[in-house]
Design a protein around this ligand. Structure first.
Ligand code: ZN
Length: 132
């Protein structure tokens, strides 16, 4: 089964914890053992798995990406959002997470984050849940 999560981001760079939304899709599907594939069908937003307990970790990741890939650079792409395209390729567009006992098999401190790099926008996250 394929499900969508729709979100509205509020700032240009923003990480949104989507762990609970994904878990409710798994609950809804009644899948106890399998794989959850989280895919972001956008060129300026991605998805990552990292620490959800201390919000300063995601802030550090966001700030470091911005330091590595500045908004204004010498870029060829004329839309003014090359930094967002590059950051998206760095974090990636998908994550595959194991489902065990009906739960996402995440480490104690791990959460799944949608990564907005060119907001605010309406965004879609596609989730494929496979298993039994
Ligand atoms: Zn662009």
């Amino acid at each position: 089964m394929i499900k969508n999560i729709n979100i509205k981001t509020r700032t240009r760079n923003e990480f949104v914890d989507i762990t609970a939304e994904i878990q409710s899709l798994i609950d809804e599907a009644g899948i106890k053992s399998g794989i959850c594939h989280v895919y972001v069908p956008h060129t300026t937003a991605g998805v990552t798995v990292n620490e959800g307990a201390d919000p300063s970790v995601m802030k550090d990741i966001q700030n470091t990406l911005t330091r590595l890939v500045p908004h204004k650079g010498p870029y060829f792409h004329t839309e003014g959002n090359s930094d967002a395209h590059i950051k998206t390729s760095i974090v990636g567009s998908s994550q595959a997470i194991i489902i065990d006992g009906g739960k996402l098999l995440l480490g104690t401190w791990q959460s799944v984050f949608f990564c907005e790099f060119d907001g605010p926008r309406h965004r879609r996250i596609t989730v494929k849940i496979a298993g039994d």
